[in-house]
Design a binder for this molecule. Structure first.
Ligand SMILES: [Zn+2]
Ligand SMILES: [Zn+2]
Length: 250
């Protein structure tokens, strides 16, 4: 865990410097952003451990066992396949989180009016657990190695920081292949009539958005970020308000 913290500090420092160089302003991250950054590091290892234990117990109970298909694959192919198909699973989860009830939880990720690299990790625990749990279910069922999972998590962390950072830029033609920072900034934007932009759900590969008709090519127009609801500013609001709204709707 110490190593993960060291890595987080180095990557965070590099992104803060890059944002400063780009904007000429030092943007300090909030205590809420720090909470999510630290919580993800502390909780990820025990979450994987207990979820793996649960899957092993339930699969021997149900009689469905993981396929060993990935065991013989090289680390590189495992990383690529996990990134590619994990992005499809993440795309499906993300679209579901933009529907009526799940939006209450995903709104926490969209609530900010100011983007920066640290916003990548801001998400309600229900959002993180359901999305990561679904991806990890497939990681377990296809016997991907823990090394490949660690590499993919590191790539996801850095790519997530880049997608949310103020150093956003477009990839030109490659916007049709990879989700550029500007494509993801568009996902966080408000369209006319304060309508949330339900486009660009993928994290890495634009192909999933193109395939399912949710791709929007970014342009250079300035964007307004946030949701059409009141901004959830405090940690208490971000963690409790989705739960109370969810209970009130039921
Ligand atoms: Zn979203
Ligand atoms: Zn985002």
């Amino acid at each position: 865990m110490i190593e993960q913290f060291k890595l987080l500090i180095i990557v965070s420092f590099l992104f803060s410097i890059a944002e400063f160089v780009k904007t000429r302003k030092l943007s300090l991250i909030s205590y809420q952003d720090c909470f999510y950054l630290i919580a993800q590091i502390i909780l990820i290892v025990p979450c994987i451990y207990y979820f793996k234990l649960f899957l092993i117990t339930s699969s021997s109970f149900i009689g469905i066992h993981p396929s060993s298909i990935m065991e013989k694959q090289s680390l590189l192919s495992q990383v690529f396949l996990m990134l590619f198909f994990g992005d499809l699973v993440s795309y499906i989860c993300h679209r579901l989180f933009h529907t009526r009830y799940l939006w209450l939880f995903h709104e926490v990720h969209h609530t900010t009016r100011k983007m920066n690299w640290a916003k990548a990790q801001v998400s309600h625990p229900i959002d993180s657990i359901l999305t990561f749990g679904t991806i990890y279910f497939f990681v377990h069922m296809f016997s991907f190695s823990l090394e490949s999972l660690a590499v993919v998590q590191l790539i996801s962390l850095i790519y997530g920081f880049l997608s949310h950072s103020k150093i956003h830029f477009r990839f030109g033609f490659f916007d049709y292949v990879f989700i550029s920072p500007t494509s993801h900034h568009l996902h966080h934007s408000l369209l006319k009539k304060n309508e949330s932009c339900h486009k660009n759900f993928s994290s890495f590969f634009s192909i999933w958005d193109i395939l399912f008709g949710t791709f929007q090519k970014p342009d250079s127009k300035p964007l307004t970020y946030g949701t059409n609801s009141r901004e959830l500013k405090t940690l208490k609001q971000q963690l409790l308000s989705p739960l109370t709204k969810f209970l009130r709707k039921n």
